[in-house]
Design a protein around this ligand. Structure first.
Ligand SMILES: N[C@@H](CCC(=O)N[C@@H](CS)C(=O)NCC(=O)O)C(=O)O
Length: 234
């Protein structure tokens, strides 16, 4: 059994989708990031970066003590290796999947995160930041579009790289990105969205909170960059 420390957000969905796709048993342990639960000392032992998701696998390959993993890229690779699914085992195929997972982790996710932040959550309008992240997001969608030309998936077969990217691409409307400018991304997005396991993963924890809900005062306090973190300030 795997404990999934989770809240329904793009990073959370990557792992709920992977767990569903892989048919693994898991228990959701909600981490309400709007209420500061990512700073609980017990959670920080699992995820010292005070970010969800994280997992604890009580039945790791080879047995022994439970394995805890934070950072979605690491979790996806761990789950793919545990199940032998959604990541090839040959050197070249494996490296290609890891490249695209890293691309998502270092580019697509963080840049969409910043784009959304400066568009919707920043307390003041900062045109320079909005333009910088807006342009970077379009550049990344362009990279993805060229990669997907003539391909069904980011790598040879459906893989954890697709699972890493899809939950961020789904934010395109809210992020005011015109997906029709990226026809290969659009076709890939539509191809994936009908997968039953992906849809189940995307719905996990829907009852916990609206994924695109507005931040209230307490959420703002918990989620705004604060140099004193990971100390909770109240
Ligand atoms: N690089 C991390 C990012 C995870 C992340 O940013 N999670 C957000 C929600 S999508 C979070 O936990 N935020 C809590 C906070 O900002 O304090 C990963 O891929 O696991």
């Amino acid at each position: 059994m795997i404990d999934l420390y989770y809240w329904p957000t793009p990073n959370g969905w990557k792992i709920s989708i992977a767990l569903e796709e892989m048919g693994l048993d898991y228990t959701v342990k909600p981490v309400n990031i709007g209420r500061g639960e990512q700073f609980d000392p017990e959670f920080l032992k699992i995820s010292p970066n005070n970010r969800m998701p994280a997992i604890v696998d009580h039945d790791p390959p080879g047995g022994g003590a439970p394995v805890s993993v934070f950072e979605t890229g690491a979790i996806l690779i761990y789950l793919a290796e545990k199940t032998g699914r959604f990541m090839p085992t040959d050197l070249r195929g494996r490296m290609t999947v890891i490249e695209w997972v890293m691309w998502q982790m270092s580019g697509l996710g963080p840049m969409l995160g910043q784009n959304g932040h400066f568009k919707f959550y920043a307390p003041e309008t900062l045109p320079y930041a909005q333009e910088r992240y807006g342009n970077e997001v379009l550049r990344l969608f362009g990279v993805m579009d060229r990669r997907l030309e003539g391909r069904d998936y980011l790598c040879d077969e459906y893989s954890i790289a697709d699972m890493a990217c899809w939950p961020w691409v789904i934010t395109y409307k809210k992020q005011e990105i015109d997906l029709d400018q990226f026809p290969h991304v659009r076709a890939w997005y539509d191809r994936l969205k009908v997968r039953p396991a992906l849809r189940r993963g995307y719905m996990v924890g829907r009852e916990l909170g609206k994924p695109s809900g507005k931040w209230d005062e307490e959420a703002r306090k918990n989620l705004m960059p604060n140099p004193t973190l990971p100390q909770k300030t109240d």
